[in-house]
Design a protein around this ligand. Structure first.
Ligand code: ATP
Ligand code: MG
Length: 505
């Protein structure tokens, strides 16, 4: 058997490794923009090959698949999906684990995803408005600035998945800062308009969303369009520094287990989340008439208004979340892929080891705000030592050169994984491996030591408990998903109908 993988981060290193462990003993071929040393090694060992090339050009990927005559293609990141790589492969009758462009719209357009949710009445909805220009957005934000509370406390987003950039959450609850916050909103919607000029593939430009709060988690699933099989819940940690301080990154590390749930979430919340994801898959298939083959995931939050709530959808595995679930997956990944291709996923039993898993990313200083500073530093990793300690190292954003040198490529350099009976045990294990990842030119690296620690877990538990109590109160009173707002001189209003019909005083 021959398989071609697409992408070159730690997620793809983890996918390549899992595929290579299959009883089918496949030859692993790979195409990626960066020469990831971990993937290169797996390809060579299996008798396959690593090709450095574009992952978003359908011609390049499909000609590589044809050249090696592979049995199927596994797509790691989202951009190949958005660029119709799976569609192109499908036309050439090359099976592909990857959402085609039409269904991947649930990730590519955050605006479409929300519209779909409202149209099909799928739980986990948030109030939202989309705009084609900053001016249009600001007029609405300004008009309702002193009244509708949900438009005071908002998430301002690019309407498209834009590589983890541009989301700002603004809470305007203190009157003395009101003017400053308005100014900030105005400035940010202008920035978003400019930023979205780089993306010509979507009409909506700015998404303004109701602001919610609560613990976040990712629920990744395999789907063949009919069956949706859930993996263990994972929590990614986005902020650059300890205790959720600092700018948002692509993810500084993730926790999962033991079991299918996170320690601060319940099995009922897991099941409700799976149902929501299943409904999203049905809705997008119904809307587009296309089948969904691959991975679908909800990046979710437990909120007071809706319980399990979608923040955004993924049309692929998360990075670092992929590492957690692939590590404990007991079912042969190639079997899962073949079942997706033949649309017989309902016959597969997805089994996972009952372990707690922690992943921590190590990144060069400069990431994520000033990536040019984080590029080109020489790397020295004692991989033997890392595994001696009982950890596993996945290569992420770096490049392997002809002479064997490895240099940083600007994003997270490596991701280190450890398993344990509990999350704090696995977290402490990784700390022992950290000193064995170095840059030899003296440039700094950073990571988050707190991921999976007792102290951070306690925080998550307290937050989840607060939100859950409010949510369950709503369940009891039958007010889940209902919003009421107050307008001076008008009284109680329904913000949904105001947005639909305009404000009549
Ligand atoms: N409606 C909202 N209310 C409160 N917080 C939100 C809301 N939407 C997004 N956020 C916060 O902002 C973060 C980033 O938002 P989102 O996931 O939509 O954007 P992104 O750019 O795709 O980020 P990433 O790629 O890093 O996941 C979320 O993880 C969440 O913490
Ligand atoms: Mg996100």
């Amino acid at each position: 058997m021959k398989i071609l993988g697409v992408g070159s981060g730690a997620r793809e290193h983890a996918i390549a490794k899992k595929l290579s462990l299959s009883i089918y003993n496949p030859k692993i071929y790979w195409i990626g923009e960066n020469k990831n040393p971990g993937i290169v090694r797996i390809c060579m060992k299996s008798g396959g090959e690593f090709i450095q090339g574009s992952t978003t050009d359908p011609e390049v990927v499909s000609s590589t698949a044809k050249r090696f005559n592979v049995d199927f293609v596994f797509i790691g990141p989202e951009e190949p999906n958005f660029h119709a790589v799976p569609d192109h492969l499908e036309r050439l009758k090359i099976p592909c684990i990857g959402a085609n462009r039409s269904v991947a719209l649930i990730e590519m357009s955050k605006a479409e995803m929300r519209r779909l949710q409202w149209e099909y009445d799928i739980p986990g909805k948030l109030l939202f408005q989309t705009f084609k220009s900053a001016e249009e957005a600001y007029l609405v934000l300004e008009k309702y600035a002193d009244s509708l509370t949900w438009l005071q406390n908002v998430a301002l987003k690019p309407a498209r998945q834009a590589g983890g950039k541009g989301v700002k959450v603004v809470e305007d609850r203190q009157i003395y800062l009101h003017e400053e916050k308005q100014k900030f909103k105005s400035k940010h919607v202008s920035w978003l308009e400019g930023y979205m000029r780089g993306y010509g593939d979507i009409e909506d430009k700015i998404l303004v969303e109701e602001n919610v709060w609560g613990p976040e988690y990712t629920l990744q699933c395999f789907t063949d369009g009919t069956t949706v099989l859930g993996m263990p819940m994972v929590q990614d940690n986005k902020n650059a520094h300890e205790f959720d301080i600092g700018t948002e990154t692509g993810g500084m590390g993730s926790i999962s287990g033991p079991g299918m749930c996170l320690p601060f979430l319940t099995i009922r919340e897991y099941e409700d989340s799976i149902r929501i994801i299943g409904k999203m898959v049905s809705a997008i298939q119904d809307k587009t008439g296309k089948r969904y083959h691959g991975v679908v995931a909800g990046q979710m939050m437990l909120t007071e208004v809706e319980g399990p709530t979608i923040i955004e959808m993924y049309s692929r595995l998360g990075d670092p979340e992929a590492l957690n679930v692939l590590h404990t997956l007991k079912t042969d990944l190639v079997e899962v892929c073949l079942a997706i291709i033949d649309e017989r996923l309902s016959k597969i039993r997805l089994e996972f080891e009952d372990k707690a898993v922690v992943v921590k990313a190590i990144a060069p200083k400069g990431y994520p705000d000033n990536r040019s500073l984080a590029i080109g530093h020489p790397v020295a990793v004692d991989e033997a030592k890392v595994s001696e300690i009982g950890c596993e190292l996945f290569w992420a954003s770096c490049n392997l050169h002809e002479d064997g040198r490895i240099t940083t490529a600007g994003s997270r350099l490596v991701e280190i994984l450890a398993e344990g009976e509990t999350l704090p045990v696995a977290s402490a294990q990784i700390e022992k491996a950290i000193p064995y990842v170095k840059l030899t030119d003296g440039w700094g690296l950073f990571h988050r030591s707190d991921i999976g620690s007792e102290a951070l877990l306690k925080r998550r538990e307290e937050l989840a408990e607060r939100v859950r109590r409010l949510y369950l109160y709503r369940v009891e009173k039958g007010t889940v998903g209902k919003r009421v707002d107050w307008l001076p001189g008008v009284g109680k209003v329904d913000p949904v109908s105001i947005l639909k019909n305009g404000l009549r005083r």
